[in-house]
Write a protein that binds this ligand. Sequence first.
Ligand code: VGL
Ligand code: ZN
Length: 235
Amino acid sequence: MSEPINIATEASTVTEHTPAEAPTGQVVRNSALIIVDVQPDFMPGGALACAEGGAILPELAQLLAADRFAHVVATQDWHPPGHISFASTHHKVPFEALELYGHHQTLWPDHCIQNSEGAALHPSLDWRRVDAIIRKGTDARIDSYSAFRNNIGPDGQRPSTGLAGWLHERGVESVYICGLARDVCVLWTAEDAAAAGFRTHVLWSLTRPVTFDTDEATRSTLERLGIAIVDTASL
Ligand code: VGL
Ligand code: ZN
């Protein structure tokens, strides 16, 4: 590891608080935890930082350690260089937008480039507890926010990642979504989970947005779709 001092500090903080604060109780029946894009590039100082992104790490570590879910799935944003979602690809400025395949596309700073440190699963978490990892955004021509389906591609379709089938085959009925960013990949994952028929929950305190300005819109979208906004205490 390249930053042993940092990582050791975070890990020891987590360990110290685990026994007292870990949620107690049974495994939530037929459930899966979906951890979205917890990667250094989405943390403060990263290429596409979320506000307070690092604040989710201690509680997320406790939740993983508590083993409350039948299955745990993680996504990893994993773009090739020159990805269509990068402003640099279009010689534009990050956070401008353009129309792509007839739909709105926000242009992002270069982020989560395959095999870069910023694209790693965050080194402070124990990823051994994760059953499946979905790498998304790997097609240079299509952005991919949701764990379930890519954004709209050149043919007007949204290719599936296979996650809905993976969960259905394991009898999963309820999903609990956390991670980054609340207003982008978490939101899209929650929308698609609900559309695929899962009882869908967003663990709000275990998410952070690119900008808090979007929080009201995110909440109202989730509420409109019947997606529960919960915290870990209610598990
Ligand atoms: C994300 C923008 C671009 C996210 C990923 O994880 O929310 N946002 N790529
Ligand atoms: Zn991305």
